[in-house]
Design a protein around this ligand. Structure first.
Ligand SMILES: NC(=O)c1ccc[n+]([C@@H]2O[C@H](COP(=O)([O-])OP(=O)(O)OC[C@H]3O[C@@H](n4cnc5c(N)ncnc54)[C@H](O)[C@@H]3O)[C@@H](O)[C@H]2O)c1
Length: 265
């Protein structure tokens, strides 16, 4: 299951958290992996750790909101890994706020990273992967949405909106890539809450906004809403992404897969 031998992947936001776990899982399945992130030092460290497992890897500075960074990241992936056939659009940000306290600059920033970043990623992946592109072998794109795209959770209204946008963009991109013969499948996942830097910050913000008595109560309320009775963990998501990138999912495109222990059912 999930054999990615010979595949060449770029993971955005791969320096830490879920992205670093995805990079590790892709590598364990046999892929070469490029890490793209704004965090240069940590990104290089994560890539160096991967290299110690014997796989081909590298780091490229990538701010997903910038078209020219994407141009460079796609070219660097092809140059350094010898191709480009997997993109995981994982980079994302969440700025917690009740609707009554929303700040325009925070909303724009979330739209920029989560929506513009994902859109530009698909653009440059398609250009590189489609026939005649710099890599030209087709491939697979996985966008990291969130359970927030499928349920109503307080204090993350705009974040949830950006992840719903990622969900819709996935479908349209999959349609175009299929109909236009790019040989690229496009899917997304909706992870549940994971205790990464982002997840822990969200739980703290829930408390700060008066929506839970303390951190334990905030986490417990999520667990109570989850039929499988625990938070998500990074490998839960990474393993599903390996599957979606592999030939086991060769007839799967335009799909959104919950990885949330049933929270969004
Ligand atoms: N943690 C959760 O509970 C959870 C749940 C569902 C979905 N997600 C989604 O999973 C993805 C990863 O989340 P995480 O929990 O690992 O978060 P995280 O904050 O721990 O890591 C995010 C990574 O993205 C990078 N990043 C941020 N802005 C960037 C930009 N403009 N360009 C390039 N890289 C950028 C960061 O530097 C960091 O390395 C995000 O899209 C997030 O929305 C997270």
């Amino acid at each position: 299951m999930g054999n990615l031998t010979g595949r060449k992947a770029l993971v955005t936001g791969g320096a830490r958290g879920i992205g670093a776990g995805i990079a590790q899982a892709l590598a364990a399945a046999g892929a070469s992996v490029m890490i793209g992130d704004i965090l240069e030092e940590l990104g290089k460290e994560t890539a160096a750790n991967l290299a110690r497992t014997g796989i081909r890897t590298g780091f490229v500075k990538l701010d997903v909101t910038k078209d020219d960074h994407w141009e460079n990241a796609a070219a660097a992936t092809v140059r350094e890994l010898g191709g480009f056939d997997i993109l995981v659009n994982n980079a994302g940000i969440e700025i917690t706020s009740l609707v009554v306290d929303l700040k325009a600059e925070d909303l724009r920033r979330m739209c920029d990273v989560n929506i513009v970043g994902t859109g530009l990623g698909m653009k440059h992946a398609f250009r590189a992967m489609r026939p005649g592109g710099a890599a030209g072998q087709g491939g697979a794109v996985v966008n990291v949405a969130s359970v927030a795209a499928t349920i109503a959770f307080p204090a993350i209204s705009v974040y949830s909106g950006t992840k719903s946008a990622v969900d819709r963009m996935t479908r349209v991109a999959a349609m175009e890539a299929g109909k236009l013969g790019y040989g690229v499948r496009v899917n997304c996942v909706y992870p549940g809450l994971i205790a990464t830097d982002m997840g822990i910050q969200l739980a703290n913000d829930i408390v700060a906004n008066g929506l839970a008595a303390d951190m334990d109560a905030a986490v417990q309320s999520v667990i109570d809403q989850t039929p499988l009775g625990r938070l998500a963990e990074v490998p839960d998501v990474a393993d599903v992404i390996v599957f979606l990138c592999s030939d086991d999912a060769r007839f799967v495109t335009g799909a959104g897969l919950p990885v949330d222990g049933g929270m969004g059912m």
